[in-house]
Design a binder for this molecule. Structure first.
Ligand code: C5P
Length: 241
């Protein structure tokens, strides 16, 4: 069981242009400590934007969700060497050898970063999994992949907050839990299916909440971030106190 007690908010900066990204970061102000750069933004704005955000004091979660043969994944991580990145994602379903190779490679290439394994995307439910030939429930599939990943040396898991209680039982201590699929009460789900509110996710033991559209679409992103931070700080899990 891990011991970090506070839950931090990460903004998923999935927007249409660099100008729009800069505007939102500006509007979010000091409340915003963590930014997730996903494929939409990274492929458009590149490593220079990552460095620029880091030089403004933001911590960067680079969500590239790498999934390929082990050598290609390890070489991709080497290509990121020295970028100011604090978290990086790969897909757990790439398998044990890829997970182990990436865990070793990141120590040299990005010594400050935590490698995270994405388990089952939060846009997938049991029916989607079954159609792909995966007959496990999302919860069992997430546990299976999370175990593979942590046994191979990966430091954190990306999953829905709904799976946290099983993972706390199944995984060793020290693993970080990063949860997308967060929707403040009354907000639109979009394509997300396995969701919880910020308070519920914090209560379930999430270390980091990844939130995009509910903040990006707000008139005052800084206020929404502050409200979410307030909500999570009064909802820490009793089993960690
Ligand atoms: O806008 P929304 O809050 O749904 O954004 C969620 C973010 O988390 C997106 O950037 C998405 O790529 C990412 N993500 C996810 N589910 C995962 C892993 C990452 O939604 N399993």
């Amino acid at each position: 069981m891990q011991t970090q007690k506070s839950t931090e908010v990460i903004l998923a900066l999935d927007v249409e242009s660099r100008t729009q990204a800069e505007k939102i970061v500006q509007a979010a102000g000091e409340n915003l400590k963590w930014i997730k750069i996903g494929l939409q933004t990274y492929l458009r704005d590149g490593p220079a934007f990552v460095s620029d955000l880091a030089s403004e004091g933001k911590k960067i979660f680079l969500d590239l969700k790498l999934h390929d043969i082990p050598n290609t994944m390890a070489k991709a991580i080497e290509s990121l060497a020295h970028l100011p990145v604090s978290m990086l994602t790969i897909h757990a379903s790439a398998g044990t050898e890829a997970l182990a190779r990436c865990s070793e490679t990141i120590i040299e290439a990005l010594p400050e970063a935590t490698l995270l394994a994405v388990t089952v995307l939060t846009s997938m439910d049991a029916e989607n999994l079954n159609r792909m030939g995966v007959m496990n429930t999302p919860e069992d599939q997430v546990t299976k992949l999370a175990k593979l990943a942590t046994e191979a040396g990966v430091g954190g898991i990306v999953c829905s907050p709904k799976e946290l209680s099983s993972l706390y039982d199944a995984l060793p201590s020290g693993v970080s839990f990063v949860t997308p699929g967060i929707r403040p009460a009354g907000t639109d789900l979009g394509d997300q299916k396995r969701v919880m509110t910020p308070a519920e996710a914090a209560q379930a033991g999430a270390n980091y909440l990844v939130i995009g559209r509910p903040i990006l679409g707000a008139e005052n992103p800084d206020k929404v971030i502050a409200q979410i931070q307030e909500e999570v700080s009064s909802s820490q899990p009793s089993f960690l106190s």
